[in-house]
Design a protein around this ligand. Structure first.
Ligand SMILES: Nc1ncnc2c1ncn2[C@@H]1O[C@H](COP(=O)(O)OP(=O)(O)OP(=O)(O)O)[C@@H](O)[C@H]1O
Length: 676
């Protein structure tokens, strides 16, 4: 017996026990080696006139034998001489394939696609086999040799005589695995099952360019005997047929014009286990220093676990048509976690194990390019297929908003334009840009209201008041909306009609336009404002002045009201600049500072409730008849009445905001007091 070199032994042990975490990939490695061997023979036939091969017969076969507990992977490729056996399989981490590639670099072209690079894949067979033997005959040689090893100490190489049944009549190799005995913790029987083998071949080696064949047991109806009577019952029999298991040509390598939409849909559904067709299919072919093909899909529907912790994002990563990783997360940013697809690159640098990819610059470069492609695809859907886009957004929009929030607004330029919000005025979804384009002259901000029900938001007094000014309000009903807006702070609207500083400037521009000049446009940064928070800056100078005067004149009244509500319930009571007409609501609650009322609600409803409080302000509509009643009670020194009215005004303002009242029983009693 020849011993493995010491370093090889260590490596072998390391590899079998730790590098590969998933033992079923042994089949992928052996099929890849077989495909490499056929590639090498094929290349020889291109350059060597004496090497005649029958291209149609080039194939890999996988044969399980339950009785002998063996699994054989055969190829009719280039085979190995005894010296090559020694060199390639006696030294771990020696890749004959890598050597071959280097030696043939100039002739290779597109004709072959050698997968092996590291010289370790073969040994993964020892994860499932207690003994491996390779019977091989090199092309152009009569000699046939057998390499045998238990994968522990060493190996033997012996000649196989021509009268031995194992002798190969043609060039190629048979790799015969004797499976390990079943132990308590592991069973190896599955690698003898037709079903499992088919599944593994399709999963990992579906796009290997040569047919991977297996004898498949099928069932058919026996022919009806001629003398069968009337009571003849059809009989069935099993038979075996050689079947090609893999589909060979990867769909992502084909040109878009050669594939029908139905074929893409079928590929998507069968590969990613979805019932529905994808909403969008698009591809990417990168050339240059880093070459890769990508076929990407936007699903038609969100998977049920998209927003759960269990959901794993990622694209399938292939290297030269062989699956390397089922979900390569590094290829997608989190906010595009819904994208499905395949990336295939012969250039990806892999570390020794094909399952754990190093964080490479190449992956990052691919991710950036894929991200850009997805963004432009979504933009085109948004602009050209609004119905589809609305559907997409209802499925996945939340993730885009999270993307902005989680990046602290850094992604707002990339993603802000993709967001849709419900317009109270238009009664449909609009983008922020569309909102800006529809703004009347003089509107300086984007207004939104946040809560959990669109209809209720539309009825809110402050929303109505802003709408009455002629300004649209976006009705936001997702918990992430406010957080997204806070992270964005503002939105840069492009190409809006220029706002002129004064009438003279406007008239001059109008005149220039009348003389044939193009209308002037400008980009404008618009603040995003919650209608229930802070200063909306909606009032005219006159209204502001009278509100200030009213606040001053009623200082005593307001401090009495604040006191009546109890300590720390509101930070102040004041005249409302939001509600200014007699037919507006008598009061509303707003928030000062960074935490809005809706944010307080969302944060306190979360799984780990946070004690974040908004600074509430009770705003009173000075034009409403109730205000006069409050003043009268204050003047009459009727403290009880003032306290009752204040409490009622506050509670009803909370109710219209969709916020809970602190003491519903007291509220009900207060209403009764009014009625009594
Ligand atoms: N079926 C086969 N026919 C001919 N040569 C083979 C066959 N299987 C393996 N070899 C030779 O043995 C070498 C070692 O194989 P191994 O799978 O360990 O490494 P590799 O394929 O070169 O690289 P990788 O580790 O990336 O798979 C190969 O490079 C090849 O020269």
């Amino acid at each position: 017996m020849r011993k493995f070199k010491t370093e090889s032994k260590k490596l072998l042990d390391l590899m079998i026990n730790s590098i590969y975490t998933n033992r079923e990939i042994f089949l992928r490695e052996l099929v890849s080696n077989a495909s490499d061997a056929i590639d090498k023979l094929y290349l020889k036939s291109l350059t060597d006139a004496s090497a005649q091969i029958d291209q149609a017969n080039l194939a890999i076969t996988v044969t399980p034998d339950k009785d002998a507990r063996t699994l054989t992977i055969s190829d009719n490729g280039i085979g190995m001489t005894a010296e090559e056996l020694e060199k390639n399989l006696g030294t771990i981490a020696h890749s004959g394939s890598e050597e071959f590639k280097a030696a043939n670099a100039d002739k290779q072209g597109d004709a072959v696609d050698i997968i092996g690079r590291f010289g370790v894949g073969f040994y993964s067979a020892f994860m499932v086999a207690k003994e491996v033997s390779v019977v091989t005959r090199a092309f152009g040689s009569e000699e046939c040799n057998r390499w045998t090893s238990d994968g522990i100490e060493g190996y033997t190489i012996e000649a196989v005589p021509a009268d031995d049944p194992a002798y190969r009549q043609t060039a190629g190799s048979d790799v015969i695995l004797t499976l390990k005995d079943n132990a308590d913790e592991a069973s190896y029987d599955e690698y003898l099952e037709e079903y499992t083998l088919k599944d593994l071949i399709r999963r990992y080696s579906n796009y290997v360019r040569y047919p991977v064949q297996m004898m498949i047991t099928k069932s058919r109806q026996k022919e009806k005997p001629e003398d069968a009577g009337d009571d003849y019952k059809p009989e069935w029999e099993d038979y075996q047929e050689l079947e090609t298991i893999n589909s060979m040509t990867p769909i992502w390598k084909k040109r878009g014009s050669d594939v029908t939409p139905e074929e893409y849909n079928e590929f998507y559904k069968s590969t990613f286990h979805d019932w529905e067709d994808p909403a969008r299919t698009f591809s990417l072919h990168a050339e240059g220093t880093l070459e890769y093909d990508a076929l990407l899909f936007i699903p038609g529907k969100a998977p049920f676990d998209l927003y759960s912790r269990d959901y794993e994002k990622g694209l399938e990563l292939y290297s030269s048509n062989v699956l390397i990783m089922e979900k390569c997360a590094d290829l997608l940013p989190d906010y595009y976690n819904f994208v499905r697809g395949v990336v295939d690159s012969a250039d990806v640098t892999l570390n020794i194990s094909r399952e754990t990819l190093q964080q490479t610059r190449q992956l990052q470069a691919m991710e950036r390019r894929i991200e850009k492609k997805v963004t432009s695809e979504l933009e085109s859907m948004r602009d050209n297929d609004r119905d589809d886009y609305v559907k997409f957004f209802e499925n996945f929009g939340r993730g885009l908003k999270y993307g902005i929030y989680q990046s602290y607004g850094m992604k707002k330029d990339e993603l802000g334009g993709l967001l849709l919000f419900w317009s109270a005025r238009e009664q449909k979804y609009v983008t922020l840009q569309e909102y800006a384009e529809a703004m009347p002259e003089g509107q300086k901000a984007v207004y939104y209201a946040a809560g959990d029900d669109r209809e209720r938001l539309a009825k809110m007094p402050v929303v109505k008041a802003v709408l009455a000014k002629g300004y649209d309000v976006l009705l936001c009903t997702e918990d992430v909306d406010e957080f997204c807006f806070q992270a964005m702070r503002d939105f840069e609207a492009k190409g809006l009609p220029k706002a002129y500083e004064d009438d003279a400037a406007r008239e001059a521009a109008q005149k220039a336009q009348a003389d044939g000049a193009e209308p002037e446009t400008e980009d404008r940064t618009l603040e995003l404002k919650n209608v229930s928070s802070g200063d909306l800056d909606l009032a005219t100078e006159e209204e502001k002045k009278s509100a200030e005067e009213a606040a001053k004149a009623n200082e005593d009244l307001f401090s009495a009201m604040k006191e009546a509500l109890g300590e720390d319930v509101v930070t102040k009571v004041t005249v409302s600049a939001r509600l200014t007409a007699a037919d507006d609501a008598p009061s509303c609650v707003s928030a000062e500072g960074p935490v809005s009322l809706e944010m307080e609600k969302v944060l306190s409803a979360g799984p780990a409730p946070e004690d974040v409080k908004s600074q509430r302000v009770l705003e009173v509509n000075a034009a409403h008849p109730v205000f006069a009643k409050l003043q009268a009670a204050q003047q009459a020194g009727d403290k009880d009445k003032l306290a009752l009215y204040t409490s009622l005004l506050y509670d009803q303002a909370l109710l219209t905001e969709g916020l809970p009242v602190a003491d519903p029983v007291a509220f009900a009693q207060n209403v009764c007091k009014l009625m009594a």
